[in-house]
Design a protein around this ligand. Structure first.
Ligand code: DC
Length: 227
């Protein structure tokens, strides 16, 4: 008698890398071309920072901050293949992109209760399969079994230029030198925190996209995806 096929392992792509390396745009484009879901995990940390800021607790003692975080509900909702973030049921996705929230997110992402809180949310969506997840610790901590792991890098100058243009489009004329310094500070914190630091997984492929278009990077990744 024919044995039933073993379940196909959930397919997933993990894209990790520093701020402004282009992870989210690339993950989104890869997900679109595969018809998969894109899960931007930075937005979860941003949602926690947003919730703490709203309640004036960003600088609270760790135990107070953790009590607050534990009572919040943070979930993903999928609309047309894109993940939105629900904070206590409210879609806050559009409020999370400000620079200030990014800075606070980087700071509070070092607190163990914050990472613990967000681990399950990320694991759940990752294990569903057909997902491209981008972040800092996807290939090392959240989805070590991912089908394909990419560590995305770009030169500091290229990253600063990209962030500069992104901010300019939003109407902010922040000096490029300030952006460069801010990125260096963020890298230092993300790479050197004791918990789940930004690190290349041993089986991750490095992609330096400094001189590549998004489309070229998408094609590069699609060619590496096992069939
Ligand atoms: O990718 P982003 O800039 O939206 O992320 C904001 C901050 O969240 C980033 O500076 C560090 C933290 N983060 C993290 O610690 N782990 C992740 N998987 C994603 C983001």
């Amino acid at each position: 008698m024919k044995q039933p096929e073993p379940p196909h392992p959930a397919q997933s792509i993990a894209i990790d890398g520093p701020s402004a390396s282009g992870k989210s745009s690339l993950a989104r484009a890869v997900a679109q071309s595969l018809g998969w879901v894109h899960a931007d995990t930075g937005s979860l940390y941003r949602a926690v920072a947003y919730a703490l800021d709203r309640d004036n607790l960003l600088n609270a003692e760790e135990h107070e901050l953790c009590n607050h975080v534990q009572t919040r509900t943070i979930q993903y909702a999928i609309h047309n293949g894109f993940t939105h973030v629900l904070l206590d049921g409210e879609d806050v996705t559009d409020r999370l992109r400000q620079e200030e929230i990014g800075r606070s997110a980087s700071r509070i992402s070092q607190i163990p209760c914050v990472r613990e809180k967000l681990f399950r949310v990320q694991r759940e969506i990752g294990c569903q399969g057909k997902v491209v997840m981008d972040g800092r610790d996807i290939g090392t901590v959240i989805l070590p079994e991912a089908t394909l792991k990419i560590f995305l890098v770009a030169s500091p100058e290229v990253r600063a230029d990209r962030r500069y243009l992104e901010l300019l489009q939003k109407g902010s004329g922040r000096p490029r030198a300030e952006i460069l310094a801010d990125l260096a500070e963020r890298d230092e914190r993300d790479r050197n925190r004791p918990l789940a630091p930004l690190r290349q997984a041993p089986d991750a492929l490095i992609l330096d996209n400094s001189k590549m278009t998004i489309e070229e990077s998408v094609q590069w990744i699609l060619k590496k995806l096992p069939h």
